[in-house]
Design a protein around this ligand. Structure first.
Ligand code: GTP
Ligand code: MG
Length: 374
């Protein structure tokens, strides 16, 4: 992992301070103006620190996991294909994906290597030289068009057009539409799948969420009213601080700003963490131009993924969390935790002794009175 023990200690102590501040707001909620907004700001920092601190427990072969979640037919697989720059995953207007599919880049590989793992622990290995063959195989073992449904599929390939892989050592993870847990009545026995199959697929998606370093939560512009999206977001996804991706923006007539306002209001999404895209226009183009990719919102999404994954570099992640904590305090000295917590934080910063931790320590010392450490 990128973080060393000393750096984790800094993150842990900062997290303690943030939690204390949350408690103070909680206790005085009734008498504080905008308490909910202040709490939200603190909660977001707490969530980022939690992500940093739990990252080392995850088994991802050192790679960051970027997972795409949402109920069926939200454009998840289409979005991953567009990020990959090739139409590898099966997409369809009826519920399609049934397995968790992890995709990673190895630029030394020619073709596509596919490892398929089944529920009974059986594994299969395949090499394919053409994209068409690789896509057909994935469709056969990882979608409802196939006869068998794998538990997990790992695809390795060069993916020379994938901007996310250019910048980060990570995996993109496609998941089956998670629905049955949220709207029992909507389970349909379509395409020969039993309710048991649908439940298992939903469970697969939910189990995956907690392993992710970054969660992309997919909604679609023409189904903003569906309750299942809201329930999935509130019960499982909200706490993971996702980037919310409202797809199908081509289906919304009043422009992206209006679409984003509707989506945020309907599902109580964080304003700064929600974007609008239209993936299918890029997926359909033979050689999508930069202008088309920008217009689709994909370029903005790639930039946001880049920023989110930088959180896992200590010299970037911890200063960001500290700056956001400071902004959330907003000079309200009474929101600071007890002096002992701040002194402990300064101590671990000193022990850490990196450039970035020295900068934070110098800043606290220079404003000792307002940080209660004089
Ligand atoms: N108009 C429009 N269609 C889209 C967009 N994104 C995806 N689609 C279409 O929506 C359908 C569903 O897309 P998928 O990517 O298969 O959706 P999914 O969320 O992976 O679905 P499941 O695997 O069943 O959970 C496909 O027919 C896509 O071509 C978009 O931005 N605009
Ligand atoms: Mg899919």
């Amino acid at each position: 992992m990128d973080y060393q023990q000393n750096e984790y200690d800094v993150a842990a102590h900062l997290a303690v301070m943030v939690r204390r501040s949350i408690k103070i707001v909680d206790q005085k909620k009734e008498s504080i103006k905008n308490a909910e907004g202040i709490l939200d700001n603190f909660e977001q920092v707490a969530c980022k620190l939690r992500k940093i601190r739990t990252a080392r427990d995850r088994d991802s072969g050192g790679k960051k996991l970027v997972g795409v979640f949402g109920i069926p037919k939200r454009g998840k697989s289409t979005l991953i294909n567009v990020l990959l720059g090739e139409n590898l995953l099966p997409t369809s207007s009826v519920p399609m994906s049934s397995s968790v599919i992890e995709i990673e880049s190895d630029r030394s590989i020619e073709g596509w290597k596919i490892t398929t793992e089944y529920d009974d622990a059986r594994c299969e290995y395949e090499n394919h030289n053409s994209l068409k063959d690789a896509a057909e195989h994935i469709e056969l073992v990882g979608s409802r068009r196939g006869r068998v449904s794998a538990k997990r599929i790992l695809v390795q390939g060069a993916f020379p057009n994938c901007k996310v892989f250019d910048k980060h050592s990570c995996k993109l993870v496609d998941t089956p539409g998670a629905e049955s847990a949220f709207s029992e009545e909507s389970i349909s026995e379509d395409e020969g799948k039993s309710q048991e199959d649908l439940r298992r697929e939903t469970q697969r998606a939910i189990q995956e969420m907690n392993r992710m370093h970054l969660v992309l939560f997919c909604l679609r512009a023409d189904y903003l009213e569906t309750e299942a999206d809201s329930r999935l977001y509130q019960e499982h996804i909200h706490k993971l601080l996702p980037l919310n991706v409202v797809g199908f923006k081509d289906k919304w007539e009043n422009g992206p700003e209006d679409l984003l306002n509707h989506a945020r209001t309907k599902h109580h999404l964080y304003k700064k963490r929600t974007l609008a895209i239209s993936a299918s226009s890029v997926a359909r183009a033979e050689n999508p131009s930069q202008a088309l990719r920008e217009e689709s919102g994909i370029v903005e999404l790639e930039d946001r993924i880049d920023i989110e994954l930088q959180l896992f570099k200590p010299e970037i992640g911890i200063p960001i969390c500290f700056a956001e904590y400071k902004a959330a305090l907003n000079l309200r000295r009474w929101l600071l935790p007890e002096k002992i917590h701040i002194l402990n934080f300064v101590k671990v910063l000193e022990r850490c002794g990196c450039d970035w931790s020295n900068v934070i320590r110098a800043e606290i010392n220079a404003n000792a009175a307002s940080w209660k450490v004089d």
